[in-house]
Write a protein that binds this ligand. Structure first.
Ligand code: ZN
Ligand code: ZN
Ligand code: ZN
Length: 405
């Protein structure tokens, strides 16, 4: 996904009959994940987070449902108006505040394996006051989950008026950026699943069909190939392909169209996929061939630039140089990539100005694009930085796929 595109409005797509999970996918027909959560969400992670909280000079972390809570506990809690919050004090035992009606779900979740006291609150209790009473005295700064709803951050501010709030990312981003072997495996599975969807795209891109009709088939395939949710489906045909933020429209695909297809979802593991390929329906315009090959070389140059100690901005520059040298620099209008994991967009961002060196285990997209109009192209893979280069999670052929029209 490019830049700050929002989620696909139709997610999750579950229609069209029963979805049979592929063998060994770790999901059951009931939709209950049997993923090896202990490896993916190791119980000892909580102790490491507590240490990091102390090292960052924070008195506690307050983690409401979202990727930070899931990373620390494995608990995929629903975001609700009722407060659920894991409190991780730097110097005392963590506890999970949950609405009483959510308690059975919390106990059954991976958080139930952790040595964390669960504190249920009743419908008429004030859970923010409850957190305040149980927190150690003399707190000066706390980290609040990066995706905490503003209404909850403001309630905590009112309950703890003398306590400064900083993003929990201060503590967690360094940990979340460096993926474990189990997390890389989860990203491999996500990459293989979205590769299978792209392999099916040429059969769906027929002249006479609308972008919307194609996107609905793609969404169903994203689920059928093992994702839990469809996060976004971009089908940008003809002039729409020149707008990186285009999602879908009722435009009818015509012979000679170039179509940018950028798709992704979230697996039962919690880990995300995101992959772009550009297709030609029939013979594309002559000027398109010239820049498509420039783009392919640029995307490869960026991937080959990756390695430990390399800065994200130099990977961005490696993508930009061949495009600029060929005279298309002004048409590459977004950063080269974004980190990916429990969120489609997270650190590290592959952008000019980011000089924090890459390290093994960092996962991110490499997705340069050229958008001169009245068509455009983008090629995107998810890669992981390794000890001596990179590994691509996506392996679908990057050469231009011309579909008979
Ligand atoms: Zn994106
Ligand atoms: Zn994408
Ligand atoms: Zn992306």
């Amino acid at each position: 996904m490019v830049d700050d595109l929002v989620g696909f409005a139709g997610a999750p797509v579950a229609g069209g009959g029963p979805v049979v999970p592929p063998a060994g996918s770790g999901i059951t027909l009931a939709g209950v994940s049997t993923e090896p959560t202990t490896e993916l969400y190791p119980p000892e992670r909580l102790a490491r987070v507590r240490e990091a909280t102390a090292e960052a000079g924070l008195g506690a972390l307050l983690l409401t449902p979202g990727p930070d809570l899931r990373y620390v506990t494995g608990y995929d809690a629903k975001q609700l108006e009722r407060l659920t919050c894991l409190v991780v004090p730097a110097a005392s035992d963590p506890f999970l505040v949950v609405p009483r009606l959510e308690l059975p779900a919390a106990q059954a979740s991976p958080a139930g394996r952790l040595s964390v006291e669960m504190v249920a609150w009743n419908e008429t209790d004030d859970p923010f006051a409850l957190v305040r009473r149980r927190l150690p005295g003399g707190l000066r700064r706390v980290g609040v989950a990066d995706r905490m709803w503003a209404v909850m951050a403001l309630r905590f501010r009112a309950a703890l008026p003398d306590v400064e709030q900083v993003p929990a990312g201060t503590v967690l981003r360094g940990l979340r950026m460096r993926k474990s072997a189990a997390e890389i495996n989860a990203l491999r599975a996500a990459g293989a699943a979205i590769d299978r969807v792209h392999e099916a795209v040429p059969a769906l891109l027929r002249p006479g069909r609308t972008e919307r009709a194609v996107s609905q088939d793609i969404a169903a395939a994203i689920i059928a190939e093992g994702h839990n949710t469809v996060d976004f489906v971009i089908v940008g045909s003809g002039p729409n392909g020149a707008s990186p933020h285009h999602e879908v429209s009722d435009r009818v695909i015509e012979p000679g169209d170039v179509v940018v297809v950028d798709i992704g979802g979230t697996m039962p593991s919690g880990y995300c996929s995101d992959e772009t390929r550009t297709y030609a329906v029939g013979r594309p315009p002559a000027d398109f061939f010239a820049y498509y090959e420039v783009l392919r070389a640029a995307q490869r140059a960026a991937r080959e630039a990756i390695g430990p100690g390399v800065t994200p901005e130099s990977v961005d520059a490696a993508a930009r140089k061949p495009i600029a040298d060929a005279g298309y620099g002004e048409y590459f209008i977004h950063r080269t990539g974004h980190g990916i994991g429990l969120e489609t967009h997270e650190d590290p961002y592959i952008v000019s100005g980011n000089t924090e060196p890459l390290a093994p285990g960092m996962a991110f997209s490499v997705e340069p694009g050229i958008y001169p109009g009245p068509h455009g192209a983008r090629i995107e893979d998810i890669v992981v930085c390794t000890e001596n280069g990179h590994e691509s999670m996506n392996t679908v052929d990057r050469s231009l796929r011309i579909i008979d029209a």
